[in-house]
Design a protein around this ligand. Structure first.
Ligand SMILES: Cc1cc2nc3c(=O)[nH]c(=O)nc-3n(C[C@H](O)[C@H](O)[C@H](O)COP(=O)(O)O)c2cc1C
Length: 178
């Protein structure tokens, strides 16, 4: 039996009752035979990015965040859209990694789960392309109307959404093999 791939899931929402967090919990449950998930839902604990602090001794929380990324086989980012863009907290977390190579050639799955989310999805792809991560069309998913599509029991009633999530998992698994 091959070892399970280690996935770090970064949640772009800071809400306790986040539907993005629920969606990742669902993906974790659906893929538990193949992936070993660590969920990072603490982006709000990172300080505001400041290039002056991005030196040889960055803040401890930043060091820990970068180490989690570096140590994972693959990264899943699951985020809502805020004001036609990425939530500031997620953008801030990513900015802390720009001066490093932790994302370089890392396989990533990019899910935007929001009311609408088109702009955030586009931006996320541009940003992760700039950071030289590896992803493709099939490991990029946009789920509109997320709040109505997953409940507290992690049930996804809409068959198309569930099908898209399952297809995404298979594509992400394939990407991790490459
Ligand atoms: C400040 C704010 C701005 C938002 N702006 C957008 C937006 O531009 N586009 C969109 O699709 N949803 C927007 N939303 C709605 C979010 O998509 C929705 O609340 C989503 O469920 C949040 O994800 P979460 O449940 O994981 O927290 C906004 C929500 C907030 C709180």
């Amino acid at each position: 039996m091959t070892a399970k791939k280690k996935i770090l899931a970064i949640i772009g929402s800071t809400r306790a009752n986040s539907s993005n967090l629920k969606l990742v919990a669902k993906i974790e449950a659906l893929s538990k035979e193949i992936f070993d998930f660590t969920i990072f839902d603490e982006i709000s604990s990172l300080p505001h990015f400041n290039p002056d602090l991005d030196n040889d001794h960055p803040p401890e929380s930043v060091v820990s965040f970068r180490e989690k990324i570096a140590g994972a086989d693959g990264i899943l980012i699951c985020t809502p859209e805020y004001v036609f863009s990425l939530p500031g907290s997620l953008k801030n977390a990513i900015e802390w990694c720009v001066s490093t190579t932790v994302f370089s050639q890392k396989p990533v799955g990019l899910i935007t789960a929001s009311a609408s989310g088109d702009k955030a999805s586009e931006e996320l792809q541009l940003i992760m392309q700039t950071l030289e991560t590896r992803f493709n069309e099939d490991t990029t998913l946009l789920i509109k109307g997320i709040k109505g599509k997953i409940n507290d029991q992690l049930e996804i009633a809409d068959p198309d959404t569930l099908s898209n999530v399952l297809t995404f998992i298979t594509a992400f698994q394939d990407l991790l093999k490459q």
